[in-house]
Write a protein that binds this ligand. Structure first.
Ligand SMILES: Cc1cc2nc3c(=O)[nH]c(=O)nc-3n(C[C@H](O)[C@H](O)[C@H](O)COP(=O)(O)OP(=O)(O)OC[C@H]3O[C@@H](n4cnc5c(N)ncnc54)[C@H](O)[C@@H]3O)c2cc1C
Length: 186
């Protein structure tokens, strides 16, 4: 009789635990991080931080403007114009996961060039197992695009929100893996 009561109480507590767990699962919500570039007037008078909202020295970078090229031609034009005007530039990704500041553009004279809309696949060569993509493509997109043609990465960081340009820019590596990608820069 005692054993029966004990079993009943165990099963009741198990049911309650499972219900709480189920409720917690239902409440979980996730969303991509905010855009690290913020401007007060259209695309002018901007700031950029990392995904945590501030660099380790608690500073943020300022820039006069941000541009969002959507094609290689627009990108070249933006770089050419800024170079001619001797404007300092910084590439901004959609994710901005680097914790250190690395470099700021020149305050209110600087230009941010975002790779947010440069995220397409340009070419897939299944026989040579190579892909050519734009630098704003995230690791998640790359894995999905590769899977469409039954390709896969032999090694990859676990963090899906990194861009190809960001990984190349900082030499992202993963402890335990020898090589991530073989990059061919055109
Ligand atoms: C949770 C977490 C886990 C991490 N784990 C690891 C890890 O295991 N190993 C590791 O090595 N790192 C790790 N990192 C660091 C991460 O790999 C780097 O911060 C990476 O650079 C972030 O990529 P991003 O796309 O967000 O680039 P960003 O942080 O936006 O950019 C990095 C730098 O590259 C420049 N850049 C970006 N795109 C271009 C481009 N197209 N042309 C020229 N310059 C460009 C940017 O201006 C910036 O200076 C981790 C970060 C986080 C948040």
């Amino acid at each position: 009789m005692e054993e029966l009561i004990l079993r009943k109480s165990i099963s009741l507590s198990t049911v309650i635990e499972k219900c709480i767990f189920f409720i917690l699962i239902c409440m979980v919500n996730c969303s991509p991080p905010e855009d690290p570039v913020k401007c007060t007037v259209n695309n002018s008078n901007c700031t950029i931080t990392n995904t945590y909202g501030a660099f380790p020295d608690r500073s943020i970078c300022r820039a006069a403007k941000v541009v969002y090229p959507t094609t290689e031609e627009e990108l070249i034009l933006a770089v050419a114009n800024a170079t001619m005007a001797k404007t300092k530039m910084k590439v901004a990704t959609r994710t901005s996961h680097s914790i250190p500041k690395l470099v700021c553009p020149e305050g209110n004279n600087g230009l941010l060039i975002s790779t947010k809309y440069l995220n397409r696949t340009l070419d897939v060569n299944v026989s040579s197992m190579t892909m050519t993509v734009e630098s704003g493509m995230t690791l998640r997109q790359l894995i999905n695009e590769a899977a469409k043609t039954k390709l896969a990465l032999p090694y990859a960081p676990y963090w899906w929100g990194l861009t190809i340009g960001g990984m190349m820019g900082t030499g992202t590596i993963r402890k335990g893996s020898v090589v991530y990608f073989n990059f061919l820069i055109k």
